[in-house]
Design a protein around this ligand. Structure first.
Ligand code: C2O
Ligand code: CU
Ligand code: CU
Length: 489
């Protein structure tokens, strides 16, 4: 489906339809937070959960000035939330109805490399691609997005992204909110600039990539969410190309319950959570009936020099999501104090890693090289206990994301990690000049033919080749010397 000038395809499947309302204070027009639909899988005879995603073009109602041409999965902008539990088998049928080649990568998932959805699994226009695997990891807020060689930023910033929610038994019985869209709320945060007619603009191209002057959450400007339960779980995703958010909640305490690749054994009261591109966090906010709180992003002191938020004033401080509690609550009476055990205790740092790898980040390079589709940069043995030392020797901020893995931060420049970095992660901020040490745990698949990626998740750096490839083999397999999978069309 191409774009038809003048017609508006509304955000099909999104509930509720964005409808601007007038907030009583300050006169800001607030839009009810659209909730991406929860994908309904088909269940095969053997129990496999079959999801269908169609990458398509469309037009969204985001900006009052007019319809915004955008891309989405099963709709005009972003995509449905996929949900599965540890031990489930999932099959995802992806159709490409875009005018160009795309891929779909399952960020944060451990899975066989042939289904990873990186640049080696291109889906040409009109084609279908199927990924199938068994979920072998505990509860987490993961996501999916294109991962083409060189066009990822363009595709993601048109709107291609969605959440992949993983559940497990421990967390479901713990008293954490799990009522999707009611007390378990996806919060996909991105930033854009708009032209006068409401189309996306690409004005602010910096050494970090595209920065917008306006924040949009789940495809809405200035959103508000009506809280109807005492405890609300926010699944925060930084889906921006280049902007870092330093999240705070004004008007209510915030409790961190999960980092991007898993839940925390001990929910932690926290003042702020910093997310660089690709990172996620799960936080709980407890409100009284009638109370209002504001999720904001505030200036930070971590050397993340990305302050161009003109719409929000000279300071990089802006409202992200208003939480407005109804005058009375119904439903389960969950509280932070009443939470049971939500996750397994985190293992201590490795005493004697089997392997230590060094990742030196420079100007769009990792260990002195840019991405080469046929080159094998690292060979990992399945089950090996690895330590990676990430050393950002560049003056710009970068981060490092590793596919098919989760890791724990051991230290940042010799110091223990900050509170919001103590937990399972798959992407970590690498501050200039301050080495970050992580202990990495890979998935259990081994296949010498297909590679996984590790890269900077600032999407422009990603597109410029700040990425390397690794294969995972078992001890019966020979380390490959080159990769020869289908080239990108
Ligand atoms: Cu979210 Cu390799 O990416
Ligand atoms: Cu990934
Ligand atoms: Cu980078």
């Amino acid at each position: 489906g191409g774009l038809v000038a003048g017609t508006v395809i509304t955000l099909s499947g999104w509930t509720p339809q964005p409808k601007p309302i007038l907030a009583p204070s300050g006169g800001v027009r607030r839009t009810p937070l659209p909730i991406p639909p929860l994908a309904e899988p088909e269940i095969a005879h053997d129990g496999t959960r079959i999801f269908s995603l169609t990458a398509q073009t469309g037009q969204s109602r985001i900006h009052p000035a007019g319809p915004t041409p955008s891309w989405g999965y099963n709709g005009a902008f972003a995509g449905p939330s996929l949900r599965a539990a540890e031990g489930d088998r999932v099959r995802i049928v992806v159709r490409n109805e875009l005018p160009e080649t795309t891929t779909v990568h399952w960020h944060g998932l451990k899975l066989p490399a042939q289904y990873d959805g990186g640049p080696h699994q291109p889906i040409a226009p009109g084609e279908e691609w199927i990924a199938e695997w068994e979920i072998e990891q505990p509860a987490a807020t993961c996501w999916y997005h294109p991962h083409t060689h060189g066009t990822t930023e363009a595709q993601v910033t048109r709107g291609l992204m969605g959440l992949f929610i993983l559940q497990d038994e421990l967390s479901e019985w713990s008293g954490l909110p799990i009522d999707y869209g009611v007390d378990d709320v996806p919060v996909l945060v991105t930033d854009r600039s708009f032209n006068a007619d409401g189309t996306f603009a690409a004005r602010e191209r910096t050494a970090f990539g595209l920065l917008g002057d306006t924040v949009i959450v789940n495809g809405a400007l200035s959103p508000t969410f009506e809280v109807t339960r005492a405890l609300t779980r926010l699944r925060l995703l930084n889906g921006s190309s280049a902007r870092t958010y330093h999240f705070v909640v004004q008007g209510a305490p915030m409790t961190l319950v999960g980092t991007e690749a898993g839940l925390l054994p001990d929910p932690t009261p926290i003042n702020s959570v910093t997310l660089t591109p690709g990172e996620r966090a799960e936080v709980l906010v407890e409100l009284e009936p009638g109370q209002t709180a504001m999720l904001q992003s505030v200036p930070h002191s971590l050397g993340l020099l990305q302050s161009t938020s003109r719409a929000a004033g000279a300071e990089d401080r802006f409202d992200v999501l208003e939480l407005r509690a109804a005058s009375s609550f119904a439903g389960p009476d969950l509280t932070i104090a009443g939470l049971g055990m939500i996750a397994q205790v985190l293992p201590p740092p490795l005493e004697a890693p089997d392997v230590t790898r060094s990742m030196v980040l420079t100007n769009n390079q990792i260990n002195g090289a840019t991405m080469e589709m046929s080159r094998v940069d690292q060979v990992v043995t399945v089950g090996a206990r690895e330590r990676w030392v990430i050393d950002n020797q560049h003056h710009l901020p970068h981060n490092l994301h590793i596919h098919n893995a989760r890791f724990l931060v051991v230290s940042v420049d010799g110091e223990p990690p900050r509170d919001y970095e103590r937990g399972w992660k798959d992407t970590v901020y690498a501050p200039p000049g301050r080495p970050v040490i992580i202990d990495v745990e890979f998935g259990r698949s081994a296949d010498p033919e297909w590679p996984y990626m590790f890269h900077c998740h600032w999407l422009m750096h990603h597109d410029m080749g700040m990425m390397g490839q690794f294969v995972v083999i078992d001890d019966t397999q020979e380390p490959p010397t080159a990769i020869s999978t289908p080239a990108v069309h």
